[in-house]
Write a protein that binds this ligand. Structure first.
Ligand code: FE2
Length: 233
């Protein structure tokens, strides 16, 4: 069940794209929701963070919520809150979450494996094939040249304690934009296939990279992204 946790204000990151950062059980990881406007006034909410009722006006001021995307199996709990608030929006989730939600009676509209791009073509959705357990789907917004990742790569900087720093170092995320050791060890099923998918993503024209945990990569995001998965090779 989802739980309301403290969060910051919505910030514009580029043309038709906004983010909202929130706490995640008081850890340094925190988390991030992204809102993308496509067409004239249709909104896509990626990695939903539950808000206080009065704060949804921030989102409503940008357009109409039409899609709610739960981008991987670990970032799907709060998406149904948005579906309840915006019943006309389509809630799209990874295949395993689709099965789980259906079994639990949670209203859900479709599986992300059936989605390639949103109407208009300015927002693309791509599965990272070759993973297990996690089922990560990345978004690419061509208007703002932004790549939106969830747990595929982190960009952490400042751990709150020496225990966290030790863990960050072991996990290869201490002051580094890139794939964590845990991701490599636990979620990669077919290394060759994952690398093929990441090489395909690296062909896209992006500069900004929005990660779910850590700082947004403001510049040279593509160079950083390519460097970020060398540990998998
Ligand atoms: Fe995560």
């Amino acid at each position: 069940m989802s739980e309301l946790q403290p969060y910051d204000s919505l910030i514009q990151r580029g043309p038709n794209i906004w983010t909202l950062d929130g706490e995640w059980y008081k850890t340094s990881f925190r988390r991030r929701m992204t809102v993308i406007r496509i067409g004239v006034d249709q909104l896509v909410v990626h990695s939903a963070i539950q808000l206080k009722p009065e704060d949804y006006a921030q989102i409503d001021a940008l357009g109409h919520v039409r899609w709610i995307v739960a981008p991987n199996a670990f970032h799907s709990d709060e998406a149904p809150v948005y579906k309840a608030r915006y019943p006309d929006a389509k809630l799209l989730v990874p295949p395993s979450v689709f099965k789980k939600f259906r079994k639990k009676g949670v209203e859900v509209d479709g599986s992300l494996d059936n989605l390639k791009e949103f109407p208009g073509g300015e927002l693309i959705c791509k599965a990272v094939d070759g993973l297990k357990l996690l089922e990560e789907y990345v978004l690419y917004h061509s208007i703002s040249k932004t790549l939106i990742l969830t747990d595929l790569m982190f960009n952490m900087t400042s751990p709150k304690s020496w225990i966290e720093r030790s863990f960050f170092r072991w996990n290869q995320i201490d002051n580094r934009f890139g794939m964590s050791r845990i991701f490599r060890l636990m979620f990669v099923r077919d290394k060759t296939l994952v690398l093929k998918n990441l090489d395909e993503i690296a062909q896209w024209d992006f500069d900004l990279v929005i990660v779910n945990h850590g700082n947004i990569v403001e510049t040279s995001g593509k160079k950083g992204f390519i460097a970020g998965y060398t540990t998998l090779k």
